[in-house]
Design a protein around this ligand. Structure first.
Ligand SMILES: Cc1cc2nc3c(=O)[nH]c(=O)nc-3n(C[C@H](O)[C@H](O)[C@H](O)COP(=O)(O)OP(=O)(O)OC[C@H]3O[C@@H](n4cnc5c(N)ncnc54)[C@H](O)[C@@H]3O)c2cc1C
Length: 497
């Protein structure tokens, strides 16, 4: 068995891990990253992201400082709005049904802007999210849902920039190196990691460890065990490497499980997407534009209020609703009035789609759907749709159905203008909500809520932030904020602080 030494070891090669590694390096200590994936597949779920990031901003000047570039023309053509700490708290509280841990949530929110400014200094570039979080209303782009910033180049751009920074900062990266267990000294402090490197056993001795190896979304057995029946049938949107191993290792040294172990982030995803994410396609299997469509199951019925809220606030829980339908699929049905509101990915290379000139023809083409019942559903819906408000995709416009048992609360235009389109979807799981208990210093706590000396955690495997639902862009923020804190803690400890 070969043995290595480093002051700090970081387990994982995604956003949280690399933020931790870069923060630790600022303390002048040596840092080693262990990445289970090959170099070609490095970067975890972070690399699959579209790169939307949720941070506090009070003014357009805050945004100008974070964007790499904002032309005067862009500034004039858009209403950026604000996203204050209060709005962020409101979103986190409402979406998690007030279960989010107040201390962790406060850290996430209040450090979000500073953390992204810090990452910007490391070489990550940010741009306005015109294409995905803004609609043109009255000649001006209006940003909605608290998201005005995305990473230039999306997840690919993020991971490329972070690994470039890691190389510049002389962080050692070991690919195809899967951490399998933690080593503790006689006093219970963690002092090393056992790893399997291309079949060889290796040991990495160190003074502090950051675990940032993601949740357990890619582990079909754990999914079924903790999320429940049917979750074995979900497709994985991202990396195949997030199997809960970091969580398991920490539990084995006494860490406290925390958060919603039965909950996860899951979305509407192309029916024919592969079992795991495909880096060539990235996030392009997502079908997030459903608020302007009807979602129809095999029985030809609607099953959610597609317009309950802005997509940003419902998409992460509607994947579970699709999974619960017979056959685990649903069709998104559109007419010509709103197809221009579809995200670009609806017109991508690998889209399971049908098109028809009449609703009857569409009904025949919606594979697996009770055609008669579908036509009745659309008729019923169309007669309940009202023109009691002006259609506006950038806000909750109040254009609601009247009299339906299952309403559509906003954007409820009738489905009546040909051509009609149908998009076949299933459930794509993004990440799991349950994980480890950490304090605001990202120290992993034991079952008596005492820090396990030398052990830090960040990213998806931090439990207690998200329950039931999630606001877009908070996953990268969690990894960035807690990754930076964990790296600082580990770096300081390794220096003897
Ligand atoms: C398709 C898709 C789109 C998304 N879009 C967005 C978005 O726009 N905005 C947003 O905020 N979030 C988005 N997310 C969620 C976001 O990607 C995650 O919440 C976040 O990036 C997780 O970061 P992480 O560092 O914790 O995990 P990851 O980035 O998944 O990194 C985990 C790392 O650990 C490694 N690993 C696992 N096990 C081991 C082991 N035993 N030993 C060593 N290494 C190991 C993995 O290989 C990987 O490198 C998206 C996710 C997906 C899948």
């Amino acid at each position: 068995m070969s043995q290595h030494t480093s002051d700090v070891v970081v387990i994982g090669g995604g956003n949280a891990a690399l933020c931790a590694a870069l923060a630790a390096r600022e303390h002048g200590v040596t840092v080693t990253v262990l990445e289970a994936a090959t170099e070609a597949l490095r970067g975890g779920n972070s690399r699959f992201t579209g790169g939307a990031v949720r941070m506090v901003f009070d003014t357009v000047e805050d945004l100008q400082a974070i964007y790499s570039d904002l032309s005067e023309e862009e500034k004039r053509s858009a209403e950026f709005g604000t996203y204050t700490t209060e709005q962020y708290y409101d979103d986190m509280g409402r979406l998690t049904q007030y279960r989010t841990n107040p201390d962790l949530c406060e850290t996430l929110i209040t450090q979000s802007y500073d953390a992204y400014m810090w990452v910007k200094q490391k070489g990550v570039k940010y741009i306005p999210s015109f294409g995905r979080q803004a609609y043109k209303v009255g000649g001006k782009f209006k940003f909605f849902g608290g998201l005005a910033v995305q990473i230039s180049g999306g997840g690919e751009g993020l991971i490329e920039a972070l690994f470039r920074a890691a190389r510049r900062e002389e962080v050692a990266v070991h690919y195809r190196t899967r951490a399998v267990g933690l080593i503790q000294d006689a006093k219970g402090a963690v002092s090393g990691v056992r790893a399997s490197c291309q079949g060889r056993s290796e040991e990495f001795r160190c003074k502090a460890i950051v675990i940032a190896s993601g949740g357990f979304e890619s582990n079909v057995e754990w999914r079924t065990r903790y999320l429940g029946r049917g979750w074995d049938l979900a497709k994985v949107r991202g990396t195949r490497y997030n199997r809960g191993e970091g969580i398991e290792m920490a539990l084995a040294v006494g860490a406290m499980p925390y958060g919603q172990w039965s909950g996860c982030h899951a979305v509407s995803w192309d029916l024919n997407a592969p079992e795991f994410g495909d880096l060539d396609i990235g996030d392009a299997f997502s079908r997030h534009s459903y608020p302007y469509s009807l979602m129809i199951n095999a029985e030809g019925k609607r099953f959610v209020d597609e317009g309950a809220d802005l997509q940003t606030y419902t998409y992460a829980k509607y994947g579970a609703a699709v999974l619960a339908q017979p056959g685990q699929f649903a069709w998104q049905v559109w007419d010509a009035k709103t197809v221009h509101l579809q995200r670009e990915v609806y017109r991508g290379r690998r889209v399971t789609k049908v098109k028809a000139d009449t609703l009857e023809e569409l009904a025949r083409k919606l594979d697996g759907v009770n055609a008669e019942r579908f036509l009745a559903t659309v008729r019923e819906f169309n007669s309940a749709a009202r023109t009691n408000a002006e259609f506006n995709p950038a806000v909750k416009d109040g254009l609601a159905t009247i009299g339906l048992e299952l309403p559509k609360s906003n954007w409820a235009l009738p489905i009546d203008r040909p051509p009609f389109e149908g998009y076949a979807t299933t459930c794509g799981i993004t990440f799991t909500f349950g994980g480890l208990r950490v304090n605001t210093g990202a120290e992993v706590l034991d079952t008596e809520e005492r820090p396990i000396p030398g052990l830090y955690a960040a990213g998806e495997l931090v439990g207690g932030l998200f329950y039931f639902n999630y606001p877009t862009g908070a996953g990268l923020t969690s990894g960035t904020v807690f990754g930076r804190i964990a790296g600082n803690g580990a770096g300081r400890r390794a220096r003897g602080g």
